[in-house]
Design a protein around this ligand. Structure first.
Ligand SMILES: *Cc1c(COP(=O)(O)O)cnc(C)c1O
Length: 388
């Protein structure tokens, strides 16, 4: 038996008859960049996320850059974020010549730990003329950028309380968490902070046929600014108020996403069902001391973009699963504070112990909604065999 980590062909087969005529229509119209299909998807996306506005762009990475620019993060400003995430989170901060400040994670949900954000600010920050400065570096601290990792929101109630206390905007990296709900807030990912950033990379729960991204916000002025920034900072055609860049969602992707959005809830449910299956099987296996299943905290709704185990002998398990034709992955093997490109920030091993431990102990299993009963059983049996 073979179990890939993700198989998008099955989803495509189910939607082929709906997607292909829509694509033909766009080919006939030859209207590819922004336009009515993008606008229509943006409205649906805002409705789904529970925000007033959604702004399409070229990728999740660009959404993060646009969000930082839209929140006036400038060169040398510090942005508080997590080191245990996909590279783009901190890459976006560095790309606008700002400085990531990494705060360790909570080992239970792998998301940034609000107590440690508060501790960092209490020990290092001071308010001057309504702005927040890092006393040690002299730099301005300009934003907090939590990531809702794997499909579960970070502790937004606590993060927003701290952000409010210091007057900092919160940018939510929601790339892995479209449709997840924060239990304390009763709100969806991307609708709680200043702005939410989404990716439609094919492997996300809502995936395009290529790259795509979006931002969500309730702020009308910010929306106007983001719509301008994605077309080189244009206010009207060929008049530029500031320097933006080219980051647009195209009509083909928007049309596909609008079709797929109708099925997203169903797919979330399929993933949740698979996660429950694994939780139950590993929980009852007698291996619960060796195999840690994912925790859903604070009454959250987890959408399981990834199903993550915390295990003993992780690297050997990865090898064993590959030998047995089971797809798996490590998200992420090197926390960002230890990446070569961030050496200049001066972090060293041991600085952020929970992120470092997670990078050595976690493994992602196939959880996509089309998995069959026998595939899931095979995954569980193979893993249990390895530990027996
Ligand atoms: C996928 C992802 C991104 C980047 O999205 P792209 O569309 O691939 O640029 C950013 N942050 C996180 C947490 C992601 O998982």
């Amino acid at each position: 038996m073979q179990v890939p980590l993700l198989d998008l062909k099955l989803q495509y087969r189910a939607l082929k008859d709906e997607i292909e005529p829509k694509l033909k229509e766009i080919f006939e119209k030859q209207y590819f960049i922004l336009g009515p299909d993008v606008q229509s998807f943006e409205e649906k996306m805002a409705g789904y996320c529970g925000t007033n506005f959604a702004i399409g762009c070229a990728s999740g990475s660009d959404a993060l850059v646009l969000a930082l620019m839209g929140c006036d993060v400038k060169q040398n400003d510090e942005v508080i974020t997590t080191p245990y995430t996909f590279f783009a989170t901190a890459g976006a901060i560095a790309r606008i010549c700002a400085v990531p400040v990494f705060i360790d994670i909570n080992p239970d949900d792998y998301n940034i730990d609000p107590d440690l954000i508060e501790k960092f600010l209490d020990e290092n920050a001071e308010k001057r003329d309504g702005e927040v400065f890092n006393r040690k570096t002299g730099r301005r601290i300009r934003a907090i950028l939590p990531v809702h990792l794997y499909g579960q929101t970070a502790d937004m109630k606590s993060i927003l309380r701290i952000a409010d206390r210091w007057g900092l905007p919160v940018i939510e990296d929601s790339a892995q968490s479209i449709g997840s709900i924060d239990g304390n807030m009763g709100k969806k990912a991307g609708s709680m902070g200043e702005v939410g950033c989404f990716s439609f990379f094919p492997s996300k729960n809502l995936g395009a046929f290529g790259d795509g991204g979006a931002l969500t916000t309730n702020d009308e002025n910010l929306t106007r600014r983001l719509r301008s920034l994605r077309v080189h900072g244009e206010s009207k055609r060929y008049f530029h108020d500031e320097v933006g860049f080219n980051s647009r969602l195209d009509a083909i992707q928007a049309a596909i996403l609008e079709i797929k959005l109708k099925y997203l809830e169903e797919w979330h449910k399929g993933r949740q069902k698979n996660a429950e299956f694994y939780n139950k099987a590993f929980g009852e296996s007698g291996c619960s001391g060796i195999i840690g299943t994912p925790e859903v905290l604070r009454g959250n709704r987890h959408i399981f973009n990834q199903y993550i185990l915390r295990v003993k002998d992780r690297d050997k398990l990865v090898e064993y699963l590959r030998e047995n034709s089971i797809g798996c992955a490590i998200y992420y093997p090197v926390p960002l504070h230890l990446q070569k490109c961030f050496e200049y920030l001066g972090y060293k091993e041991g600085d952020l112990p929970e992120s470092e431990r997670a990078s050595k102990e976690t493994i992602a299993l196939p959880v996509y909604p089309e998995l069959t009963e026998s595939q899931k059983n095979y995954v569980v049996e193979t893993i249990l065999n390895f530990y027996r």
